[in-house]
Design a protein around this ligand. Structure first.
Ligand code: HEC
Length: 207
C-alpha cells in the first residue's frame, strides 16, 4: 500500500511538470529593434529645431553674425543673425603682420572678417536672401560646399578661405547638414552684399 501511494505521488508530480512545460512553452526572445532605418522621418519643424541647435553649438554665429558690444564682450546681434560681414563697414586699421603665417587674426569690431596669409576673408551671408544670401541654394549645393571646401560647391571653383572651418563640418552626417540648411532657410532674409575677398597682394598695399 505504501509503495502504491509513493507511485501515485510520483506520477502526480510528473503530470504537474509535464502540464506546466506544455502550458508555458519556450520563452520567446524579446524583440529589440536595432535597425536605425526604422527611425521616424523628422518633420520640417524638427529639422529646423535640430539645425538651430547645431548652428548654436558649432559656433556659426561667432563668425557669421554681426555683434553688439556688451560688458561680456561682443555678442551676436539677434536682429541680424548670420547675415555675414556687414557691407560697407569700414575695416579696422590693417595689421600687415597678419600676412605672415601664424599671425592671422579675426578683425574687429564684430569678428566677421579675418586677415592672414590668404588676404582678407569676409563671412558669407547665410540668411535666405536670394540676391545676397543662400536663397537660391539647394540642399545639394550646401552639402557639397561644406564637404569639398569649394566656393558654392562647384568642383572647379575657388577654395573657401580660412578661417571657415569647413573640414570640421564635412564630418557631419547628411541629415545634420540638411537640418542646418533647413534652419538657415527659415531665418528672416537679410539683404547684405558681403564684399569679395581681398588678395594678400592688395592687403600688402593697404595703409
Ligand atoms: C571661424 C569663423 C567661421 C565659423 C565658426 C564659421 N564660418 Fe562659415 N565662413 C567663414 C568665412 C571667413 C567665410 C568666407 C570664406 C570665403 O570667402 O572663401 C565663410 C563662408 C561660409 C559659407 C559660404 C561658402 C562659399 O560657398 O563661399 C558657408 C555656406 C558657411 N560659411 C557656412 C557656415 C556654417 C553653417 C557654420 C557653422 C556650422 C560656419 N560657416 C561657421 C568663417 C566661419
Amino acid at each position: 500500500m505504501k509503495k502504491f501511494f509513493a507511485l501515485l505521488c510520483l506520477s502526480i508530480i510528473v503530470c504537474i511538470i509535464l502540464f506546466q512545460s506544455s502550458c508555458s512553452g519556450p520563452v520567446p526572445a524579446p524583440t529589440i529593434t536595432t535597425d536605425s532605418t526604422a527611425k521616424k522621418e523628422m518633420s520640417h519643424g524638427d529639422m529646423v529645431a535640430r539645425g538651430k541647435y547645431l548652428v548654436t553649438v558649432a559656433g556659426c554665429n561667432d563668425c557669421h553674425s554681426p555683434k553688439i558690444m556688451t560688458a561680456q564682450g561682443p555678442v551676436p546681434d539677434t536682429t541680424k543673425l548670420l547675415s555675414g560681414h556687414p557691407a560697407n563697414s569700414p575695416l579696422p586699421s590693417m595689421y600687415k603682420n597678419a600676412l605672415k603665417p601664424g599671425d592671422w587674426i579675426l578683425l574687429g569690431p564684430d569678428l566677421t572678417s579675418a586677415v592672414g596669409p590668404w588676404g582678407i576673408s569676409f563671412t558669407a551671408n547665410l540668411t535666405p536672401d536670394t540676391a545676397t544670401g543662400l536663397g537660391a541654394w539647394t540642399d545639394d549645393v550646401f552639402i557639397k560646399t561644406l564637404r569639398t571646401g569649394k566656393h558654392l560647391g562647384q568642383s572647379g571653383g575657388r577654395d573657401i578661405l580660412p578661417p571657415m572651418p569647413w573640414p570640421d563640418f564635412a564630418a557631419a552626417t547628411d541629415e545634420d547638414l540638411k537640418a542646418i540648411f533647413a534652419y538657415l532657410k527659415a531665418l528672416p532674409a537679410i539683404s547684405n552684399k558681403v564684399p569679395a575677398p581681398v588678395p594678400p597682394t592688395e592687403v600688402a598695399k593697404m595703409k
